[in-house]
Design a protein around this ligand. Structure first.
Ligand code: SF4
Length: 64
């Protein structure tokens, strides 16, 4: 599983960082960014929750 945060859609609500801090963190622009890709298997469930919780659907799961 790989994820990216669409920087044009993120409204910096912080939900994804709260739900899955192993993957998401603030970048210099004050927006959320995925810091580890691929997502480690042990946090995939949290990461999926973060994807579903994002109010603007800014987190995209990369499909290969
Ligand atoms: S949940 Fe969505 S809008 Fe909120 S900080 Fe994360 S990517 Fe941005």
């Amino acid at each position: 599983m790989e994820v990216t945060v669409d920087q044009d859609l993120c409204i910096a609500c912080g939900d994804c960082i709260e739900i899955c801090p192993e993957v998401f963190a603030w970048n210099e622009e004050g927006l959320s960014q995925a810091m580890v890709n691929p997502v480690p298997a042990q946090v995939e469930e949290e990461c999926r929750q973060a994807v579903e919780s994002c109010p603007t659907e800014a987190i995209k799961e990369k499909t290969h």
